[in-house]
Design a protein around this ligand. Sequence first.
Ligand SMILES: [Zn+2]
Length: 445
Amino acid sequence: MCQALLRMDTTNPPGNERICADYLAAQLAEVGYTPTLLEAVPGRTNLVVRHRGRGTLPPLLLTAHLDVVEADASKWRRPPFSGEEYEGCLWGRGAIDMKNMASMCTAIMRRLARTGATLERDVIFAAVADEEAGCDLGSRFLVEQHRSLVEAEYAIGESGGFSLHLGDTTFYPVQVAEKGFCWVRARITGEPGHGSMPRQDSVITQLGEALAKIGRTQLPVHATRYVEQFLDAVRAQQPALLQPLVKLVARPQLLARITRLLPGVSVARGFSALLSNTAAATVVRAGNKTNVIPGLAEFEIDGRTLPGQTDEDLLRELRAVLGDGVELEVMKSCPPVVTEPVASPVYDAITRAIGAREPDAVVVPYMIPGFTDAKYFTQTGARWYGFSPVKIERGTGIKFADMFHGHDERVPVAGLVWGTEVLDTVVREVASGHRDPARDQPSAP
Ligand SMILES: [Zn+2]
């Protein structure tokens, strides 16, 4: 199923998720389900299917998005929509983000139907469109227009569950928080003039200075529980590796620089984004005639906020960097997502399912700097766990974090099978409302 999905081009835009949704609908219908297909816009299909439990506990929601980001085939070692099996992996855009999860969830739903599982909770699977372009036609549409279909107590989706090898230890991060976003328009106004008589205070010059300030300034560090929990867990396993870091946690301004130096930490690039609000200038507009000094210059800032930080907090930090000459206005924003408390039947089940297969591995909560469908699915009150498990063997050179939207995206076949078994165990344990020790034992695929 994963291979079939990888062969379907659902690059967003335009998305065209219908091909994947139709395929999965057929897979689900084959075992007796009647999946619901829903579109906010023709071709941008969402699929929702439900395995009925006894209803003594609220539902568990599984989610995956069907769209992918673009791929430049000339930079790939295997064609990005081939689904080719090569070097033990399935290759293709979406292999880990996240057609792997879509196929694992479908396999689990099929198995629930075929085994006639009687569960306390309904298990819902929502395969959605449009995550990569902001979720409007996917999770947001479902939550706003078809809320009752996707309401749940717990949700499992993007992103986490991959093997992260640090030093001698393997970690499995589970996403329990994600930053918010706050997109800001910045405006500089000044005296227009003729291009033949330059002026030092032109809005163009001010624009250049403002962009340089935004680009070169690290916003203040704010410690969050999510980063501290992650570091605590890593530190408990890897005192030597993290000793220099531990000493510097008290001096957070150095933290970002130090994490970049840690050996083998491919997540370090993203890690510094977890220490502060961030602001990236992304769009610039000013002037339209070569001989006219404009009176207005604008730029847009992609701002991201930490849990505990508001839009107003970010604006205050931006004003401190940019000064009074730049007027700031929030265009669109969404607050951070946090799962409180982290401990739950889902987190416990994940810990046990991993522990039964890899006793030395460590499950850690973590936060991501970007956003996922969690933004909308949690608006129904669901508690979100980013966990689409895939085992990546040590020494394969495959770095999970680098493949997200990167070249040569691929999923190890054995790791995909492993992930399906782990997720199946978690789903059954959570949905049955009790722990079945027999299912802690890994079974042959
Ligand atoms: Zn994704």
